[in-house]
Structures are given as C-alpha cells and as structure tokens.
Design a protein around this ligand. Structure first.
Ligand code: SF4
Length: 366
C-alpha cells in the first residue's frame, strides 16, 4: 500500500476486523503509546469497531501532556524576562502554567514566537545578537534530533545568545515504569511508530521478554492501528511476547543512526519527571556538560518552587491507562479544551482532548 486512502479502505478494514473478532477469544487490554494513535482511534471510532473483549487504553504518548507543570511555569517566567525571545512549537502556547499560558504571557508583553523548527530559533538568535533567544524543547525521541541539531548549529556559529529549555522525554523507560506498576492492566503495547523511526527497535526486546508483553510497532492510520491490534491479539492468544514491526514501511530496525548521533553528541540520558507518572528513571534527556552553557535553566535561574497539580484532575490515571478520559468527573464539565484543567485536555494530542473532540456525545463512563 502506498496512498493514505488505502489505509482507510473499507474492504481492507472489514477483513482485518473480521480476523480481530474471530481471534479475540479472551479479554485483553492493549495500550497505544502515542497521542497521534489515540486521535486516530477516537476519530475513526475504532473502539466501537473492535470486539468488546478488547479494551483499548491510552498511553502517556503526548509530550505536551507529560511536560511537568514546573517546566511550563519556568517557560512562562523565562519568557517574561527583559530581552528574552522565547521560541516554541505552537502546541506549547496554550498549556497553562500557574498564572496562565504562554499566550497570556505574550499578551502581558513577553516576546513569545512560534517556530516550526528549532533551527529557525538559531537563525533568529544570529539575526538579533542583542536579544537572548530561548528554544523550548519539548518532545519525545522524535523532536530531540532537531533540538540537538540546533545546539550543534549554535555552537558552530559561535552564538552566545541562544539557549535551550530542555524537556525531552524517552518512551521506553516510561513503558517499563507502567509495566512495573502493581496497578498495571496493560497486556500488550502498540509502540509509537515515529519514536521507532529514530530509535529503531533496540529498546523493546528486553522489555517484551522481561514483562512478557507483545510490543507491536504501529503507525497512525486506521488500518495501521487495526493491524497492530491484530498482531498483538495473535501474540496474546498464542502466549507469545516478542517485538513485531508491521510499520516497516517507515521504521527500520536500527532507526535513524544519523539522528541518534546528533542526539548522543548533545544529550545524555537522565532521570526526568513526567507529568502524571513522577520521576521516570532514565526517562529523559539532559544537555551534556560540554553544552551546559546552552542550558536556559542555568542561564535564567527562575525559581518556580514546588508546584501542585490541580487536585480534581485525574491525568495521572488517564496517562497510566487506568481510566478513560470520560471517567474523570471533570471531563466536559469543569474541563474542556476552552478551559482545560489538565494538560491532556490542552494538547491536540492529549487523550482527554481526543475524547472531547470525537466521543463526548456518544460515550457513557465505563
Ligand atoms: S478531563 Fe481534564 S481534569 Fe479530567 S483528567 Fe482529563 S485533563 Fe484532567
């Protein structure tokens, strides 16, 4: 298959669904990791199409959702400093800190700009030597190569007015944490295809073997999701637990070595807090000491202090797959995309936003 229509072709979808219904003979719970996959599931009503014995739960794979409130608040405060231009991807602008979001900070006079690439922020720094340009680097293994490239470029250009507010996270350690949780209900994973595009499959065989969970690398179209679920169900039914890669039209077993080399040059693996999960051991990236001068938290030591999450928000349970968004008492009531209480309702990739957009009129809590 080559074209997107083929991955939404009703006849092909019907055939895979028939197999899924035939072969799902016991209750299973499968988690898709990525927020993009969550949106496909919600948008195309995939939960309504699969056998009732197959429970789909949504993972923590939205980088905006897992960025700690403390980091969001730090971004807002750094943006408000005189002389600073804070650059970010557009999805970070509406994520609320303690006193509003970056859009509110901009309305109060902060110079906050949306860029489509961290390299644009480096160019801006080169063009405005009298200003401090900070790029707000949020994301999984997929965006880390771009911010690493920006750091390498800034160093090559000798820029002293460019820095990075780093909030990159790594997915496999979070999967490990979910699986080790005594409350875990996930029996198989649909791994995030775009993360594997960079990282390849290398982290997953040990996870699959240790926790006896099938891990199926999956894309983002409806047929991708259904084929991933079918592969997971076939493994579960057979008592197998290996890594499969039906998304091999995009993901090579060793990923993208060039992108990884850039990341390895600039970052080292570090423990990092994930919103909703707490500190995930080896769950993020930090600038290597050779690049410490590019660290915006060192250059602008804003004191955010301890930050508490809104008490009513059940994001931690949503992100661990323990509840569906609709089971949160605030879903669609106090919490909507226009007035989000928690990050999963803010981001376009967030599970709560996906459910609000696509399922709020047809779903009873379960
Ligand atoms: S619906 Fe809103 S309050 Fe509830 S878990 Fe989601 S983001 Fe938090």
């Amino acid at each position: 298959m080559k074209y997107v229509d083929e991955f939404r072709d009703p006849a092909r979808v019907r055939r895979v669904l028939d197999a899924l219904w035939r072969e799902t003979t016991r209750p299973w719970t499968v988690m898709e990791i990525c927020g993009g996959q969550t949106h496909t599931i919600a948008r195309f009503g995939i939960e309504d199409l699969v056998p009732p014995a197959l429970t789909l739960v949504h993972g923590p794979g939205c980088p905006v959702c897992v960025t700690p409130l403390e980091t969001i608040e730090a971004a807002c405060r750094i943006a408000a400093l005189p002389g600073v231009i804070l650059c970010a991807f557009g999805d970070m602008l509406r994520v609320p800190g303690l006193d509003g979001d970056l859009l509110a900070a901009r309305a109060r006079g902060a110079d906050v700009r949306v860029v489509t690439s961290p390299v644009d922020a480096v160019r801006l720094a080169a063009a405005t030597p009298d200003r401090e340009v900070v790029f707000y680097g949020v994301g999984f293994e997929t965006t880390a190569p771009a911010t690493a490239t920006a750091a390498l470029l800034a160093r090559r250009l000798g820029l002293r007015n460019f820095s990075l507010l780093v909030a990159h996270v790594r997915v496999p350690p979070a999967m490990e944490m979910l699986l080790a949780d005594p409350e875990n209900r996930v029996q198989a994973f649909l791994a995030a295809g775009h993360v594997c595009t960079v990282e390849g499959l290398r982290d997953y065989p040990a996870l699959a073997a240790r926790f006896r969970v099938p891990i199926v690398v999956t894309g983002f179209e409806p047929l991708d999701l259904l084929l991933g679920l079918l592969a997971a169900v076939r493994q579960l039914s057979a008592g197998r637990h290996v890594v499969e890669n039906p998304y091999d039209r995009v993901v090579a077993p060793d990923g993208n070595p060039t992108a990884r080399a850039a990341v390895d040059a600039v970052y080292e693996v570090a423990d990092r807090p994930w919103r909703g999960l707490g500190v995930v051991p080896r769950g993020g990236l930090a600038l290597r000491s050779a690049y410490a001068d590019l660290d915006a938290r060192r250059r602008f030591p804003v004191d955010v202090g301890a930050v508490a999450e809104p008490a009513a928000c059940r994001a931690a349970d949503v992100l661990r797959g323990l509840i569906k968004p609709v089971a949160c008492p605030e879903f669609g009531r106090a919490c909507t995309p226009d007035h989000p209480l928690g990050a999963p309702m803010v981001s376009t990739e967030g599970a709560c936003a996906a459910w609000f957009q696509h399922r709020r009129h047809r779903e009873a809590p379960r």
